[in-house]
Ligand binder design. Sequence first.
Ligand code: NDP
Ligand code: 2IT
Length: 460
Amino acid sequence: MPETPTPDSELTADQRKKVDKFMRGLKRRNPGEPEFHQAVVEVLETLTPFLDDHQKYRDGYILERMTEPDRIVSFRVTWQDDRGRIHADRAWRVQFNNSIGPYKGGLRFHPSVNQGVLKFLGFEQTFKNSLTGLPMGGAKGGANFNPKRRSDREVMRFCESLMIELHRHIGDDIDVPAGDIGVGARELGFMFGTYKRLANRFTGILTGKGLSFGGSHVRKEATGYGCVYFMEHMLNHIDDSVEGKTCIVSGSGNVALYAMQKLLNLGAKVVAASDSGGTIYDQDGIDRDKLEWLKDLKEKRRGRVSEYAEKFGCEYREGATPWSIPCDLAFPCATQNELDEEDAEELVKNGLVALAEGANMPSTHSAIRVFRRERILFGPGKAANAGGVAVSGLEQSQNALRLSWSAGEVEARLQGIVKEIHERCIEYGNHSDGHVDYLKGANIGGFVKVADAMLAYGVV
Ligand code: NDP
Ligand code: 2IT
């Protein structure tokens, strides 16, 4: 029996050398940004054989250009808390690549935000947005502000102050931010309201807006729903489905909650969710009523998952992630590098069939290696969580047309886009024996359109 190819053995010694050489340069130019290095090497390892067969991209210096953001804006956000104390936080907008459309990507408010994190997110966003087939470039932004335990007024003051600077750099044909960790309906409302006053224009400069002021139906649900649709496509491709599967989800924010909702709609059983405090393990399953309670807890009361365990009398694992809980399907939907090599080995040992990344880069590089070695169906974030930005793109279209599509119409379009993303992954990731390498498929599938546009523009 020939040995199953691993990501490493797919590269020849010469290709490995090229990757290492490129990475040495990238690390030298971008010191102290490990997440950015990780996002780039993951792309390079799957892209290198393709580049060897398509010399025009190497001649065009495309990789070197695509790993350098078009521009980064960094600024101070000064605001006053309820006790009158002054705070000076730091914010950025990384406008990574606008080759195929105006910059597009979320804003994250979390104490862990720094320039390197936003560069990894903006780099991945460029590929993800390309995969959607919509005209959107890649960007990401955010601040090291921690909205937890802040009053609504404090969050409002922060958002106003941030937008006073950010509004100079965005626009409906320039750059259109949205939400991400720590940025949801409340924050987007405050930011849009401030923009509108500053610019005296009512245009779609943000997505994820409230339904009463230009938001799209299904945007709130889109990332979680899209992730589950992508999983369903991966399983359908091997004549299987989500129905009846035992699932674990990490996080309990926007992406996690609506991934759970769609899983329940498709007849799966969800037994775990988490937040930064710990994990709930509900062996009876989080049913519809319990999920409604959890949504209220997280979206309105801003509570902790430990309260779910108290309310419904299930197991709570303080400080733990869900990865040791046996399951068929796993959905990391919290944050980057939340699932490491050991977790991956444990999931595989417990019978994991497939994993779809609702979060951006939740699996470490060595965890991915385990999944690929074991030929687990692995849906990378660029493909599996693209449903959110896809509906953001649809929100932009509705704003430009000055109309609003029904929930049914938006969801049908979302389903169509996810189906096409899955097909694109197969086009570029299919092995001769029928196994689909979704990581390779998504990386090459996202790359080609952006690279071709860059070649068309000449030396820019
Ligand atoms: P939310 O802020 O709504 O929820 C984030 C969830 O993840 C919370 O449960 C939070 O727990 C948990 N979490 C965040 N950081 C950490 C951490 N360092 N350690 C442990 N748990 C953590 O964010 P979203 O649901 O919007 O985003 C989740 C992921 O999905 C991110 O990776 C984001 O980039 C990605 N994503 C989001 C999209 C969107 O449309 N919103 C689209 C595509 C991807 P706690 O509350 O305790 O901090
Ligand atoms: O990571 C992501 O794709 C998002 N946070 C959503 C971006 C968007 O513009 O909707």
